[in-house]
Design a protein around this ligand. Sequence first.
Ligand SMILES: [Zn+2]
Length: 236
Amino acid sequence: MDTIKVKAIVLSSIDYKEKDKLVTLFTIENGVMQAIMKSVKSDKAKMRFAKEPFCFGEYLIAMPSKIITNVEVEDNFYVLTKDIDKFYLACAILETVKTVVVAGEKNVELFIETLKAIGAIAYGNVNDKYVLTKFLLSVFKGMGYTLSLNKCSTCGQPFSGKRYLNLDYGEVVCTGCKSGKCIEISPKCHSCFKILSETSYDKLNTIKLANKSEDEALNVLNINFENRFNKKLNLL
Ligand SMILES: [Zn+2]
């Protein structure tokens, strides 16, 4: 029997048979995959923490049975369970990953981005909505739907005045190029996208965006997400 070793973060886990759990892992090596943890539902089980969402570590998986035989936990981000707002926003990150990653398809960039974003929500002294907004912007970019920040994606002219998100294509356009299904985005929200995409996770605590612009930003990105991936994120 072969064993594979993967670095992974748990996206979700569900009951499986009487005492087991079926966990969905996002791994560096193989993208999203499912594996089984035997007898982990008891409080005394050695690997009980490793079945919880957010748990990050090195998982040993027997193949082809997909039974997890050992886990070296690096961080379970336990602090997230102590704050309901943080927890929900961090869950939206896991939900995003589950939606956009194709099973078995490797995505190292998204893996690193996911860990950074969850770490920033758990430990960074930041506005957590900034973190989720930045994360979603990078997801769109990674999937080939980069939101244009300076110039209209159709005519290439710099933005002035009104601008719109074209929901058919997931691109930002000017008034002249507006067509089909579009929603207006405020310049304040647009600049929120620009600042967040240009600021690293560890520097997010140094910025302060216009009041409530992060709420509009998240709302716009959620509408875009729904139009790109047919799923709405639960953002409270
Ligand atoms: Zn234009």
